[in-house]
Structures are given as structure tokens and as C-alpha cells.
Design a protein around this ligand. Structure first.
Ligand code: ZN
Length: 277
């Protein structure tokens, strides 16, 4: 997971028919005789285009896998709109068209794992209706719109038979609620499922060579400068620049599994070269 890009609410979501629909739901919601309908206006292309851009060309907000835009259309509601698992909550229907509640997720994370789960730490403060402020809730799920997931989730890498396998873990220094939040998020959207563990490993292939070359080049350059061999040092600078570009490209947020790629270079002490886009 990485933090998603801040973008403006599409004008489409502010149109009167959407507000009208919410007014109707508000009137229907307390009547058990009426099955209220929440039309999927969030699937409108104007909304999906903006979500696609905010999620670095359509990456899943949870697993960071690149999705197929046409075969896997899944607009995700951070707070579920129709019900909340293990509670009698009617769902956060009033946020069904709220830009800040919409994310872009893959089918596996959204449907196979998250579904209508939305546990919070302060259950007694859950916003059970539209009059209450949902912002006082403390969700167990990391919200990549508001928080930097890298503050919570790190990775543990193992190598077997020449292949890397990368599992998500709560960052080791975390304690208490933050640690629980990291673990709950990993569990809730299935971030340690086998397919992702392998695919993250594949995303690291070739990066070790780049990192090792960069460390070597920087060391050589430092030694040459200390020996006063400025011209030789300058020739190595070109190699450093080339490797810096490669690290920048490898950690560009449009790349799948950018979170683990970034952590990989940070662990090498090469954080100043990672993409800051
Ligand atoms: Zn996903």
C-alpha cells in the first residue's frame, strides 16, 4: 500500500440527481417495508477516470497490483455503503457518493477479503446515522487517502531457490493500537495471500544488482575524491546518475508493488534516490 494521490472531487458527484437520491434514501431508510436502492453512480466514467488517475494508473489501493481497467472494474467504498459485518449498522449509505470514501481496488482485495468488514477501535463512537460525524471513528483499516501506509506496514523478504518471497508485516517499532491497525489491515484485505507474496518477490528481481552497484560506485567515488583524483571521480558520477535514474524509475508510484520497492532501497540507505512523485 502507498498513499494515493490527492485529486479533486469529480464534478459529476456534485450533480443534483445524486443529492436527490440521498434525500430519498434518507426518507426510506427507517421504513423496513421499503428496500432502499443505492444506484451505482460511482461507476460513471467521470468518477472512474479520476479514481484511475489518483491511484497511479489504476493500481489497487490495498495490494498495489496493477488492475485490468476493463475486466476488473471495482470502485471500493472505504466505509461500506449497505451494511457493516458483525454489527447491526445499516451501512454508511450517506457516503455512497462521497469522494473521500471512494477508492479503487481489485476484486480479490475488495470482494474476496474486505467485503463489508469495517471494524473500528471505538465501537461506542460508531457513526450509526448520517447526523453523526464518522471522522470521530478510529478505523482499524488504514485509509490510503488520509494516512501513509508506509508508517504502518513493512515487509519481510525471504529467498528460496533464487526467488524472493515478500510478506507484509507490522513495522517492528509499532506498539498498541498502531500495531493492531497494521495487522488488522494486512488480515482484512488479504495482503499476505500467496499470490501477492510471490508477485512482490518478482517485483524485487534485478533491484539488488542496482543497489549493490550504487553502493560500490559511491564508495569508489568517495575514495577517488579523497585521493584528489577529481577527474576519475567525475567519470564515476555519470554511473551514479545512471543508477539514480534506475532507482527513481523502479520506485515510481505507477509501478506495481511500489511500497516494497521503496522499502528495499530505504533498507540499503538509498532513500534519497527513490521517486518522490
Ligand atoms: Zn488488491
Amino acid at each position: 500500500m502507498i498513499k494515493i494521490k490527492k485529486t479533486d472531487c469529480p464534478e459529476y458527484l456534485l450533480r443534483p440527481h445524486i443529492e436527490d437520491r440521498l434525500v430519498t434514501i434518507k426518507q426510506e431508510i427507517d421504513d423496513p417495508e421499503i428496500e432502499h436502492d443505492i444506484p451505482d453512480y460511482w461507476r460513471n466514467n467521470a468518477v472512474r477516470d479520476e479514481l484511475y488517475a489518483a491511484h497511479y494508473e489504476g493500481k489497487c489501493c490495498y495490494c498495489e497490483r496493477r488492475r485490468d481497467r476493463t475486466r476488473e472494474p471495482d470502485v471500493e467504498h472505504f466505509r461500506p455503503k449497505k451494511s457493516v459485518k458483525n454489527t447491526s449498522h445499516p451501512g454508511y449509505w450517506w457516503l455512497a457518493y462521497d469522494w473521500n470514501n471512494l477508492l479503487w481496488a481489485c476484486k480479490a482485495c475488495n470482494e474476496d477479503y474486505k467485503g463489508t468488514k469495517f471494524p473500528i477501535f471505538n465501537e461506542n463512537k460508531r457513526a450509526s446515522n448520517y447526523c453523526l460525524d464518522e471522522n470521530i471513528e478510529r478505523p482499524k483499516l488504514i485509509n490510503p487517502r488520509r494516512e501513509d501506509p508506509a508508517e504502518y506496514i513493512g515487509f519481510s523478504c525471504e529467498k528460496h531457490a533464487g526467488r524472493y518471497y515478500v510478506r507484509p508485516i507490522a513495522k517492528p517499532h509499532l506498539t498498541g493500537e498502531k500495531r493492531e491497525k497494521a495487522n488488522a489491515t494486512i488480515d482484512m484485505v488479504g495482503l499476505d495471500r500467496d499470490t501477492l507474496v510471490s508477485e512482490r518477490g518478482e517485483a524485487l528481481q534485478g533491484l539488488k544488482e542496482i543497489a549493490d552497484s550504487m553502493i560500490m560506485a559511491k564508495k569508489s567515488m568517495m575514495h577517488l575524491r579523497m585521493e584528489g583524483k577529481t577527474e576519475d571521480a567525475e567519470s564515476i558520477q555519470e554511473e551514479v546518475d545512471r543508477l539514480a535514474n534506475l532507482i527513481g524509475e523502479a520506485t515510481n508510484p505507477i509501478k506495481s508493488f511500489c511500497g516494497v520497492r521503496r522499502e528495499f532501497f530505504i533498507n540499503y540507505g538509498l532513500d534519497k534516490y527513490i521517486s518522490n512523485i
